[in-house]
Design a binder for this molecule. Structure first.
Ligand SMILES: [Zn+2]
Length: 295
């Protein structure tokens, strides 16, 4: 009787420990610098020198998506990456370079120079404590140029290493991207329906009226025969109004959405696929890099 009882206690204990272990394995929490204490950071640095810095923006995303769309996307995906790899996230900026969206109210923008300085000074502080491997997860096209410069400066002037792992990075295999669904369109609306559905107003998700300048139209026409000319075409999109190229957001789009697709057709399922693909790509990369100890 007694033996049976203690057997039951032991097997119950094993089941409890096993389920606790499994739960810990599947539901580990994202590590966010702002939510940690200095003691946690000190402990973390004993086993890792990696940090992920999400880059987003605060800019118009059509009448149906919040201004913080890019920030929520970057942070949301970074949280998933962190919980699967144990790498800490340091959110630094909620504002990026978005001047060309400022024809729509609420858009904020830093100059590329300011943004670069903020990122570099933050990275220098992180290096002071022992962080050596920096991964930037950008989710706003306008930030790419700054991200490139910051990564170059880290790699060429410090002992640390830096790489881009987000949207548009070399890690990302170009999926069959629907043509010109660049901003707040079906693709991005789907991502937000998956990550932050409570902030999406589908009743306002209407197809925009897109207006290209005469030069853009000519380039698109010639681009059918000479696809390399589309490089020029895309360089005209997303530039400030002052450049007189007709490529500012409010000159191109009637409601701020840049897409030929109907954002009303967005679904959380499409968003889930995009997010899972992005997260998986970054996680695979980080796990491979984790096999090598830092510099
Ligand atoms: Zn966006």
């Amino acid at each position: 009787m007694r033996i049976n009882q203690s057997k039951m206690v032991i097997s119950g204990l094993i089941i409890f420990l096993l389920s606790a272990f499994l739960l810990a394995g599947t539901e580990s929490k994202a590590l966010i610098l702002q939510e940690m204490s200095w003691v946690d950071v000190q402990e973390y640095l004993k086993s890792s020198d990696m940090v992920i810095i999400p880059l987003g923006a605060t800019e118009q995303h059509g009448p149906h998506l919040p201004l913080g769309t890019d920030f929520y996307e970057a942070l949301g995906m970074c949280r998933m990456i962190s919980s699967q790899t144990g790498v800490v996230i340091a959110p630094v900026l909620m504002v990026g370079y978005s001047l060309y969206h400022s024809g729509f109210p609420g858009t904020l923008s830093l100059t590329p120079e300011t943004m670069e300085t903020v990122l570099i000074e933050t990275v220098e502080m992180l290096m002071k404590y022992g962080f050596r491997r920096f991964m930037f997860f950008n989710y706003h096209g306008g930030n790419n140029i700054v991200q490139k410069r910051v990564i170059h400066r880290i790699n060429h002037t410090t002992e640390s290493m830096a790489i881009a792992i987000g949207h548009g990075s070399n890690l990302e295999k170009q999926e069959d991207d629907e043509f010109f669904d660049w901003h707040a369109g079906k693709g991005e609306t789907s991502i937000m329906l998956y990550l932050k559905p409570e902030l999406v107003r589908m009743d306002r998700a209407k197809k925009p009226e897109i207006t290209f300048s005469p030069l853009m139209k000519k380039l698109r026409e010639l681009g059918k025969k000479h696809p390399e000319l589309m490089e020029v075409w895309s360089s005209l999109l997303g530039v400030p109004e002052d450049t007189l190229k007709g490529g500012a957001s409010h000159e191109l789009s009637s409601n701020g959405i840049w897409s030929f697709n109907n954002p009303g057709e967005a679904t959380a399922e499409i968003g889930k696929q995009t997010v899972e693909h992005m997260v998986k790509t970054a996680v695979n990369f980080i796990k491979a890099w984790q096999q090598i100890k830092g510099p």
